[in-house]
Design a protein around this ligand. Structure first.
Ligand code: CP
Ligand code: NVA
Length: 308
């Protein structure tokens, strides 16, 4: 595995599958009360430029469960890029901690941290990607025994950071994916090229119903991501035909699973009935952030489960 985890493209297919197996093992260990000590005596810094519930809690709890300690750093408090340059923050932190997780606005901030840090850096969401989310999502499907090579996923809505990481991991795993979005909100062209280079079976369409037709998995995310609040009204209008509601779900396979990274803007991109319905696996996704990220940390720090 690469020294850092900034993009889903930092993984190979085999590494992704290894992460899933390790996450399953770590989850099982936790449930059976067997402690893991991969991070004994080690500390992680967690930098946040944006709000978070799941990432904050799952990283902090996961690091604790591995026997380590997490230090929360609000970007405003440390003055990331204002009081001190990003490279200087990276160089200093590297002298004290064993790893850095950062949630940032610009993806360049996390690549800049990685370039100047001598410890592993993990992207906890940037404007370009959310790779930890995608690992947890496909781990959730793996755990359910889904056959990646025959399943078809439909992404409905914004071609955003979560969509990008999901597209890349789908390509790595051989999952066929259709992204349905309004014109102007397509996934980044560079990410589309990466997914295709990795052999991804990727289709982009404006037609949400065609995308949902016969799908095994329907995935959506907010129409207005953090940092885009000024565009909220314009986005509400642009995405109005892309809501994941019962009518749209009706086009998918009767067994189709509903995914959302959360937080949801209920009544916008998804209705209560669909989000809280029988096919929704959103809380499994949220739960699995914990175990998937423990697996990522374990691999980055070169730990072996035999040591634990
Ligand atoms: N899905 C996710 O990353 O949630 P948070 O923004 O609450 O961390
Ligand atoms: N696309 C969303 C994901 C939040 C986890 C955002 O960037 O705000």
């Amino acid at each position: 595995m690469n020294r850092h985890f900034l993009s889903a493209a930092d993984l190979t297919r085999d590494e992704a599958l290894e992460l899933f197996a390790l996450a399953a093992e770590l989850k099982q260990r936790r449930k059976s009360g067997r402690p893991s000590t991969t991070l004994a005596g080690k500390t992680f810094a967690m930098i946040f430029e944006k709000p978070s519930l799941r990432t904050r809690v799952t990283f902090e709890v996961g690091i604790t469960q591995l026997g380590g300690h997490a230090v929360h750093l609000a970007a405003r408090e440390i003055g990331l890029g204002t009081r001190e340059t990003v490279p200087d923050v990276a160089r200093n932190l590297s002298r004290w901690v064993d790893g850095i997780m950062a949630r940032v606005y610009a993806h360049a901030t996390v690549t800049d941290l990685a370039r100047h840090a001598t410890v592993p850096v993990i992207n906890g969401l940037s404007d370009l990607e959310h790779p930890c989310q995608a690992v947890a999502d496909f781990f959730t499907l793996y755990e359910r025994g889904v056959d990646f090579t025959t399943m078809r996923m439909a992404w409905i809505g914004d071609g955003n950071n979560v969509c990008h990481s999901v597209m890349i991991l789908a390509a790595l795993l051989g999952v066929s994916i259709v992204v349905a979005c309004p014109p102007g909100y397509e996934p980044d062209a560079g990410v589309q090229a990466t997914a295709r280079r990795l052999g991804g079976r990727l289709e982009i369409t404006e037609d949400a119903r065609a995308a949902a037709s016969g799908a095994d998995v329907l995935y959506t995310d907010v129409w207005t991501s953090m940092g885009q609040e000024a565009e909220h009204e314009r986005r509400l209008e642009a995405f109005s035909r892309y809501q994941l509601n019962e009518t749209l779900v009706g086009f998918a396979k009767p067994s189709a699973l509903i995914m959302h990274c959360l937080p949801a803007h209920r009544g916008e991109e998804i209705t209560d009935t669909v989000l809280d319905g029988k096919r929704s696996i959103v809380l499994e996704q949220a739960e699995n952030r914990l175990h998937a990220q423990k697996a990522v940390i374990h691999k980055l720090l070169g730990g072996s489960l035999d040591d634990t």
